[in-house]
Write a protein that binds this ligand. Structure first.
Ligand code: DOR
Ligand code: ZN
Length: 347
């Protein structure tokens, strides 16, 4: 197949940051994607509906004039989040999900949840009003190996929460393990998972073989090859419970190339080319639209986009910049370690 036309994609997990970084990265998303679920882990985080409204306005202002892009805002769950504020945010149409970061799990998560008991009143209200909870599904206990943190989270946090509040809709974000895929598949209802572009492409060797490669480090950290294969099978299956959330997470190079580098991989600019490559490899180009453009909207109770994008397979490899320049500094672009041929043509 040399070209494929699909409904315009959405990104169900995206970090846009703020200020100069926001200005520097927004076009890489708004060029291709119609909507994105915007992560609230700013400094300070987006904790109230008023914070989310102000952040949304800053994003909208930064979108290039020729692009139509709708940021779908989320709230950062804390132990002090007010159920009434969350409900008002949903009712106003502004808030599309609430994000659970276990405290200490990842970038700017120290204000997250330590004791889930304290968040139960909010979670109960969300279940009642049908507002999804997005979870960063990793435990943070120092005794748990970093490669096991997702599986242990499922057992010790997610499953008990789902038993206690079966009506709560939960998005398990950036699933990275076979255990995660199997768990989502086994659920009867109210559970779905987003999968990043990079976790379909790299396993942990990318980070560690031949020297430490900080630009392949993200959280949850990439796992063994059999996990990557399970993710590819899930993403290309057409199963409506799996959809794209890029987790594109820009950090300037000095913040990654140092003795304690930040987690995050910047993929917005070449995500669709990478995905078309992966789906072609799997003989599943016919399932790409479900993953990028249909399953996510269905889960978040939104209509799929009406406009279309075409992906065209070029004869020569495409060239993407190695880095993008932002007002905060350079940000290295995800290198999939193979040539990309699928070019995005906007209709
Ligand atoms: O790799 C990651 N980067 N994982 C996260 O959970 C957060 C993100 C970020 O904000 O940089
Ligand atoms: Zn993220």
């Amino acid at each position: 197949m040399q070209s494929i036309t699909i409904r315009r994609p959405d990104d169900w997990h995206l970090h846009l940051r703020d200020g100069a970084m926001l200005e520097g990265v927004i076009a890489d998303t708004s060029r291709h994607f119609a909507r994105a679920i915007i992560m609230p882990n700013l400094v300070p985080p987006v904790v109230t509906t008023a914070d989310a409204k102000a952040y949304r306005e800053r994003i909208v202002k930064a979108v290039p004039d020729d692009d139509r892009f709708e940021p779908l805002m989320t709230l950062y769950l804390t132990e002090h989040t007010q159920p009434d504020d969350v409900e008002a945010g949903k009712k106003s149409g502004l808030i599309h999900a609430v994000k659970l970061y276990p405290a200490g799990a990842t970038t700017n998560s120290h204000g997250g949840v330590r004791d889930i008991e304290k968040a139960m009143p909010v979670l109960e209200r969300m279940a009642k009003i049908g507002l999804p909870l997005c979870v960063h599904g990793e435990v943070t206990h120092p005794e748990v190996d970093i490669f096991d943190r997702e599986a242990v989270f499922i057992e010790t946090v997610l499953e008990p929460l789902r038993r206690r509040l079966p009506e709560l809709k939960i998005t398990m974000e950036h699933v990275t393990t076979k255990e995660g895929v199997d768990y989502i598949r086994s659920a009867q209802s109210n559970l779905a998972g987003s999968i990043t572009t990079h976790h379909l492409i790299i396993n942990r060797n990318a980070i560690l073989v031949g020297g430490i490669k900080p630009h392949y480090y993200c959280l949850p950290v990439a796992k063994r090859e059999h996990h990557r294969l399970a993710l590819r099978a899930a993403a290309t299956s057409g199963d409506p419970r799996f959809f794209l959330g890029t987790d594109s997470a820009p950090h300037v190079d000095p913040a990654k190339e140092c003795s304690c580098g930040c987690a995050g991989i910047y993929t917005s600019i070449n995500t669709l080319s990478c995905l078309a490559h992966v789906f072609e490899d799997e003989g599943a180009l016919d399932k790409l639209e479900a993953f990028t453009s249909l399953n996510g909207p269905a889960w978040y109770n939104l209509p799929p986009n009406e406009d279309r994008v075409s992906l065209v397979r070029r004869d020569q490899p495409l060239s993407f910049p190695e880095k993008i320049e932002t007002g905060d500094g350079p940000v290295t672009v995800f290198n999939p370690m193979f040539s990309l041929y699928w070019d995005v043509a906007i209709k």
